[in-house]
Design a protein around this ligand. Structure first.
Ligand code: AGP
Length: 630
């Protein structure tokens, strides 16, 4: 949610900042901007509404852009306050083009600050909350001594002390062309130290191709970066040692590998993602699950994990969006296998409730990015109350991972498409492994059931491959129902979360109104909406709720809804014809593992519907991949 970049070094700042911003576009694409000082110490700011390419097209082809600037900051925006236009684009300055800053986060008391500053005669030009930081900073430089970097630093501290909210900031000041400032408070920020250069970014992937020596800022830390090094202090000025870590993180592969969109590529990567996620953890049906392969047997982490697996008597899963849906699959599975109560909580709600936590409560945080603000805060709240935190994430270098007792990486590989697909599948795999490992430790399931599930999991990549091998029927359905205004998804049991996920995928990228329901819930309200204009997509696999789902589908069919079934069952042709208008067949798997397979046609359906409607599949409007504001 907004991406910020800063550079100080010997290379040409502008192209480098643009390259780094390109890797951050998953965080927002409402507008982009850049500010830099050229070698004559002149200030330049360029901005454009829309994607980064628009900014690139307004940049003049002049020397400072290519070689004459060695300090600058850049931003890509996901709008919170103020429309997605050029005026509201960052960087913002205080009116005199002397100090510029880029911001990720939300300033909650911006209105009060703005009123105060306007009363002092300052003119605001944008509708953003961010401008109040720039204006305040400039105002305070006129009220306080600010002729040396040290004094300017004190002005920054005074500014920050007036702000309420979340911010990651990078600041440049015309007076100090060798000083780049970086500040973090509830929004991620990392500093990289390269050879004769420093880079600042919202995400390590943006700078990892330049350096692997990274400093992950903590909340309320201010870094003053000069060619001589990083001076790190707390908000009150107390010095802290700047400790860099060597981080091994592959450079971001931005390659569609021949697919039209990243989303489609990522859907097709799922068989390999499952293999990767299982690798070393589930080797054969006969061997016990190892959640932390490669960890020494007596390590502290291993002991913590053993405690979690053996003794926790209640589990609370917190997450948002697709991760929340994956958590629901986790709940169904763990309760079935371990008989421990599992609650799944929307992190944005949980963080403001009064959580009931004992020393035997395990908090499972689920997040692809590991940076979702609500999930992070929910975990912080729970940790303060004594909960043990286990995080399931695709980013081991994320803030969430850093604040957890145990991290189980999902190993999905970098996911570029805003619409999550392969990370959902990988998250579910980790929940299966967690449930099985707990069941093995506690002996809460029979050996034969555990073995059967392990065998089933090992077969999953091949089943997903089979589900992906024939997209034509899904394409036909997508085309047939692509003009629907409303779509309902229904399922029951462990596939209920799949219905929620199918609806979320469709809404996100096609902007068609869609809702997921348990088949049993239809008659408690949503059935009133049904008529021949509404497609109802039903997931039904053989097992406990199969016949119930058939009845729910017939109830909907009786109200003239367009019925699309997704099933692994061989349904009697007469029954099928009288219930469904279209039937999409998926490979058969164990009922408990079927979400891994049933999700695939729903991802494809959302993709082909959006594609049919000509939508921006990988960067849907109003969304961002990493939601770092609450
Ligand atoms: C998924 O397609 C969405 N883009 C969104 O719901 C996402 O799952 C949610 O914002 C949570 O993100 P996280 O997994 O990175 O925490």
């Amino acid at each position: 949610m907004c991406g910020i970049v800063g550079y100080l070094g010997k290379k040409s700042a502008v192209p480098l900042i643009l390259d780094s911003l390109r890797t951050l576009e998953y965080r927002g694409y409402d507008s982009a901007g850049i500010a830099f000082l050229d070698d004559d110490n002149l200030f330049h700011i360029y901005k454009a509404a829309g994607k980064l390419v628009n900014l690139e097209s307004v940049l003049p082809d002049s020397t400072p852009l290519k070689s004459g600037s060695h300090i600058g900051i850049g931003h890509i925006r996901w709008a919170t306050h103020g429309a997605a236009n050029e005026i509201n684009a960052h960087p913002h300055h205080g009116g005199h083009q002397e100090i510029a800053l880029v911001h990720n986060g939300i300033i909650e008391n911006y209105f009060e600050i703005k009123q105060e500053l306007e009363a002092k005669g300052r003119n605001f030009i944008s509708d953003t909350d961010t401008e109040c930081i720039a204006q305040l900073l400039e105002q305070l430089t006129s009220e306080m001594p600010s002729d040396t970097p040290e004094q300017f630093r004190v002005v920054i501290q005074a500014t920050l002390n007036k702000l309420v909210g979340a911010y990651a900031l990078s600041i440049i000041n015309k007076k100090f062309p060798n000083h780049l400032f970086a500040i973090r408070n509830h929004a991620p920020l990392v500093i990289g130290k390269g050879e004769n250069e420093y880079l600042v970014a919202s995400d390590a992937v943006a700078i990892i191709s330049h350096t692997q020596e990274l400093l992950f800022l903590k909340d309320k830390e201010i870094a003053e970066i000069t060619p001589e090094g990083i001076r790190l202090t707390r908000l009150d000025g107390t010095p802290i040692e700047a400790v860099l870590e060597h981080v091994e993180l592959g450079p971001l592969q931005i390659d569609k590998k021949g697919f039209k969109h990243f989303m489609l590529k990522e859907i097709y990567e799922q068989p390999d993602v499952v293999r990767n996620s299982l690798s070393g953890r589930l080797v054969s049906a006969e061997r016990p699950i190892r959640l932390l392969p490669g960890e020494p047997k007596d390590s502290l982490k291993k002991q913590t994990l053993d405690t979690i697996l053996k003794y926790m008597d209640r589990i609370v899963i917190v997450g948002c969006g697709t991760s929340f849906n994956a958590g629901l699959v986790g709940k169904y599975f763990i309760e079935e296998m371990v008989s421990v109560p599992v609650e799944v909580e929307s992190a944005g709600e949980y963080r403001y409730r009064k959580p009931i936590i004992s020393d035997k409560t395990l908090i499972v945080a689920i997040s692809q990015s590991g940076e979702t603000a609500d999930t992070l805060e929910a975990v912080r709240r729970a940790a303060k109350l004594g909960g043990k935190i286990l995080t399931i994430t695709n980013r081991e270098d994320s803030s969430l991972a850093r604040e957890s007792d145990i991290v189980l990486p999902v190993r999905a590989g970098v996911e570029i498409s805003v619409c999550a697909t392969k990370s959902f599948t990988a998250q579910i795999i980790v929940f299966y492994l967690l449930g099985l490992a707990m069941a093995e430790m506690r002996q809460t399931a029979s050996e034969s059931q555990i073995k059967e599930l392990k065998t089933g999991l090992l077969k999953t990549p091949a089943l997903i491959e089979a589900a992906l091998s024939n997209p034509e029927p899904v394409q036909a359905v997508a085309k047939q129902y692509g003009n629907a205004a409303n779509v309902l998804f229904i399922a029951r049991g462990i596939n209920f979360p799949v219905a929620l996920e199918g609806a979320l995928k469709l809404k996100e990228i096609s902007y068609i109104h869609a809702e997921g329901y348990s088949g049993s819930e239809l008659k408690h309200g949503p059935i009133a909406m049904l008529d021949e204009s509404i497609p109802v997509i039903s997931v039904l696999v053989p097992g406990v709720v199969f016949e119930k789902m058939i009845s729910n589908c017939q109830e909907a069919k009786a109200r003239d809804a367009q019925m699309i079934g997704i099933t692994s069952a061989v349904i009697d042709s007469q029954k099928a014809e009288s219930t469904f208008d279209d039937l999409l067949q998926i490979p058969e798997s164990l009922e408990l593992l079927s979400p891994l397979i049933a999700t695939v046609p729903l991802q494809l359906l959302a993709y082909y519907m959006a594609e049919y409607l000509g939508k921006d599949v990988d960067q849907p409007r109003n969304l961002a991949k990493s939601v770092t504001v609450e």
